[in-house]
Design a protein around this ligand. Structure first.
Ligand SMILES: NC(=O)c1ccc[n+]([C@@H]2O[C@H](COP(=O)([O-])OP(=O)(O)OC[C@H]3O[C@@H](n4cnc5c(N)ncnc54)[C@H](O)[C@@H]3O)[C@@H](O)[C@H]2O)c1
Length: 329
């Protein structure tokens, strides 16, 4: 029997969806998460509850910064493939609680790499990085390319994600196990994260409360639907680099959408206009993101399928059902 895949951050937005996809194709999955209270714990618990009737899923509530616990898990379950998504996410919170990023992102990444390097015949570590490593850019430029140096992060969050990539590069050279870092671009969709703009906007628009539009609306993001992201993660997992290889790949939708256009699309999906309060840009935020996805496409055939209007409509439906708020019409 093939060894299970370890998915860290399995109670999180992307980890939950990735674990389900792996189970769908008949893999066994060991899920790990500390289920912290960075955002609504009830949402994380609800995501975990969706695994209750799934065969082949085994959950462990551990802190990935605990190197011994991670090593024991990898050893005991003879793990050969890891999708490492647990992290302290969020740009703005990194100004408030920088040490959470040190522990979950730096110590956590190191624990995972250490466990992988001691696993005999280890096959592939796929881990989450972020478009934030590219730093700030004006709107309307070319797609971000993996060839860029990415040496000017504007938040501690971005700096820790870039640091993880460099740590992985050193471990690839030192110990030779295959690794892929995926630079995610603004992932959205059902079961998403309440700290992200589209989520908070939905809540407020449905309740008829005003929304705060940062950067006076002059920002743009490459919004990527959750199912497309999972396609890319699983595709990358199935195409490891040769032993000793480490690469970073963009994984986005490859369309940069202005914040005001996103809000309009959301208003349409919800069927109600937003009351908008314009606010200046916040420290740590970047102006625009836009992914060049040609490398991941060439490697795995990755092609995002879900357009923003469709994805936000699916999100609004999920939100409505999940929170039972009847605010339409
Ligand atoms: N969602 C996005 O748009 C986006 C964009 C760029 C990068 N990323 C990265 O993708 C990954 C997944 O993001 P997400 O959106 O699913 O975030 P998420 O916050 O929903 O999931 C992360 C999970 O990791 C867990 N976690 C945090 N610290 C931990 C620790 N020390 N030990 C064990 N578990 C811990 C949290 O409890 C959470 O459930 C993260 O690495 C994030 O930085 C996400």
């Amino acid at each position: 029997m093939t060894a299970p895949v370890l998915v860290t951050g399995a109670a999180g937005f992307i980890g939950h969806a990735t674990a389900h996809r792996l189970l769908d194709r008949g893999e066994r999955v060991i899920g790990v998460d500390i289920v912290n209270d960075y955002y609504d714990v009830a949402l994380k618990e609800a995501r975990l509850a969706t695994f209750a009737d799934r065969d082949g899923f085994d959950f462990h509530r551990i802190d990935i910064a605990d190197a011994d616990a991670v090593a024991a898990l990898v050893r005991d379950h003879r793990i050969r493939r890891v999708v490492h998504l647990a992290a302290q996410a969020g740009v703005r919170y990194s100004l408030e609680n920088p040490f959470a990023y040190e522990r979950s992102n730096l110590a956590g990444h190191l624990s995972v790499m250490e466990a992988c390097r001691h696993a005999p015949g280890f096959a592939h570590l796929v881990y989450a990085s972020s478009s934030s490593v590219y730093g700030d850019r004006p709107m309307g430029g070319a797609g971000f390319s993996e060839d860029e140096a990415a040496t000017d992060p504007v938040s501690l969050y971005a700096a820790t994600k870039r640091a993880c990539e460099l740590m992985s590069q050193s471990y690839a050279r030192l110990y030779g196990f295959p690794q892929t870092g995926l630079r995610f671009f603004t992932v959205y969709g059902p079961w998403g994260r309440p700290d992200m703009a589209y989520f908070g906007f939905t809540q407020k628009i449905m309740r008829g409360e005003p929304i705060e539009v940062y950067g006076e609306g002059r920002m743009a993001r490459d919004f990527t639907y959750i199912d497309d992201i999972v396609d890319g993660i699983v595709g990358a997992l199935d195409h490891p680099p040769a032993p000793g290889g480490h690469r970073v790949l963009n994984i986005g939708d490859s369309h940069s959408v202005g914040l005001m256009e996103m809000i309009e699309t959301l208003e349409h999906a919800i069927g109600r206009e937003a009351v908008k309060v314009m606010r200046p840009m916040q420290p740590g935020d970047v102006t625009a993101t836009y992914a060049d996805i040609s490398r991941l496409n060439a490697l795995t055939g990755y092609k995002p399928k879900v357009m923003l209007a469709e994805g936000l409509a699916r999100f609004a439906d999920w939100y409505h059902d999940f929170y039972r708020i009847n605010a339409r019409g």
